[in-house]
Design a protein around this ligand. Structure first.
Ligand code: HSE
Length: 331
């Protein structure tokens, strides 16, 4: 039996979740892929820190050590920063590796270029973990809604914001207390500004827009607002009226124009997002054949994100050619 050699870039919440899932689900991976998946290397920041990783794994702070490994099939990226991640992934593709990323900010900026480069190099790109954590929304759009004409997509795309709004309402916590709890649970970014100011949801919405509509709105025209202006008093007043604040990204196409807004919205019991609570995310898509579909699930955290990445691992191994909708997008 041959082996699929994997490198993981970053060993924070997501990187460690992927490593542990590859160990815990080794049997399933071998059964589906017909090959053993082996983590050959992990890119870390600090060599002194104790890590629970097998002795056979190369732990390095230098990406070139990984790039120069004699055998390497897949590079999984779980680093937060936009740079140097993009250049790492370009080099990995040029070396002939499939890549998988969880980095929404980087992918919103450079995803198209990576997809085009991957196509030229006959490798695949998995980016399920960039949007809505463990919900398989990217593959649903990529593979299962190819003929439907999508008219509108709505999403709760930031787990931290939804968690904070829920804790403030249900647990009567202050904004600051709820945010610290989200950080303790590993939901929030290292710098949570992107979560609470709506940038994280914005990047995810732009990735979804490209998958759903083949294009994005002009970023400068997108109305973006976070949840920092939502006070406990506002939440209480809304509750008295039977309404809840949800941070919603909405992308729609009218004629040739794509319009997007990312902001807190008051929803009533009839809305599919009313009961989406805590770290849950949801995506509701309206399209002409099927009508409305709503997908809901955990939007952040170690294992939900690892789930998206591990399923991408199977996808990149089995699909060397990009899916038809993506081929159309990259031409
Ligand atoms: N900080 C992000 C969130 C992580 O809270 O949704 C998942 O992308």
């Amino acid at each position: 039996m041959t082996v699929i050699k994997v490198a993981i870039l970053g060993f924070g919440t997501v990187g460690e979740g992927v490593y542990r899932t590859i160990q815990s689900h080794a049997e399933e991976l071998t059964a589906v892929l017909g090959k053993k998946v082996e983590v050959a290397a992990v890119l870390i920041k600090n060599k002194q820190k104790e890590r629970n990783v097998s002795e056979d794994v190369l732990l390095t702070t230098d990406f070139e050590d990984i790039l120069n490994m004699p055998e390497l099939d897949i590079v999984i990226e779980a680093i937060v920063d936009k740079d140097p991640t993009f250049s790492f992934l370009k080099k990995a593709i040029e070396r002939g590796c499939h890549i998988i990323t969880a980095n929404k900010e980087m992918f919103a900026h450079h995803g198209q270029e990576l997809l085009e480069l991957a196509e030229k190099n006959n490798v695949s790109v998995g980016f399920e973990a960039t949007v809505a954590g463990g919900i398989p929304v990217i593959q649903t759009f990529r593979q299962l809604l190819n003929i439907n004409r999508i008219q509108q997509v709505q999403g709760i795309l930031n787990g931290t914001s939804n968690f904070i709004l829920t804790e403030m309402r249900e647990g009567k916590q202050s904004f600051a207390e709820a945010l610290s709890l989200a950080q303790e649970n590993g939901f929030a970014e290292a710098d949570p500004t992107n979560d609470i100011e709506g940038y994280d949801a914005f990047y995810k919405a732009m990735i979804l827009s490209r998958i759903a509509f083949g294009e994005e709105p002009n970023w400068h025209d997108v109305e973006r607002e976070g949840i920092t202006a939502i006070t406990s008093e506002l939440i209480e007043k809304a509750e008295e009226l039977g309404l809840r604040y949800k941070h919603i990204a909405q992308i729609s196409k009218s004629g040739n124009q794509i319009k997007a807004t990312i902001k807190p919205v008051l929803v009533g019991k009839e809305h599919p997002f009313y009961h989406v609570e805590g770290v849950q995310n949801a995506v509701s898509v309206h399209s002409d054949i099927v009508g409305e579909i709503t997908l809901q699930g955990p939007g952040a955290g170690m294992f939900p994100t690892a789930s998206a990445i591990i399923e991408d691992l199977v996808y990149v191994c089995k699909n060397n050619a990009p899916a038809p909708r993506l081929t159309a997008l990259t031409t």
